[in-house]
Write a protein that binds this ligand. Structure first.
Ligand code: FES
Length: 106
């Protein structure tokens, strides 16, 4: 069972679980502020569930390739849509500031 680390808290989940669901089910939202209520609920269109993932995961999905190339995101920032990522192995997850989590520290 993979372990997801988020804000120094660790959760165990089933392999293949959607990362956004794993976080929300553990009271660790991947959304900031009002985006907790104003989001697409996992359709992959709003871009507010972005996170940085350290560890092994799958390639960008086609949905991620589209949304992560639309403002305020840029695919080269290396963020992922937590609603599209299926947890395959142990990962560390970081959420950045901003409505979309787009304020990546320099
Ligand atoms: S919840 Fe909207 S893109 Fe992930």
């Amino acid at each position: 069972m993979p372990v997801v680390e988020f804000n120094d808290i660790k959760f165990v989940c089933r392999k293949g679980a959607l990362l956004r669901n794993v976080l929300i089910n553990n009271d660790a939202s991947p959304h900031n502020g009002a985006a907790k209520f104003l989001n697409c609920f996992g359709l992959g269109t709003c871009g507010t569930c972005t996170v940085k993932i350290t560890g092994e995961t799958h390639e960008l999905t086609s949905v991620e390739r589209v949304r992560l190339n639309l403002p305020p995101h840029k695919q080269e920032d290396g963020l992922r849509l937590s609603c599209q990522v299926r947890v395959q192995s142990d990962i560390k997850v970081e959420k950045f500031e901003g409505f979309w989590g787009q304020e990546i520290p320099k």
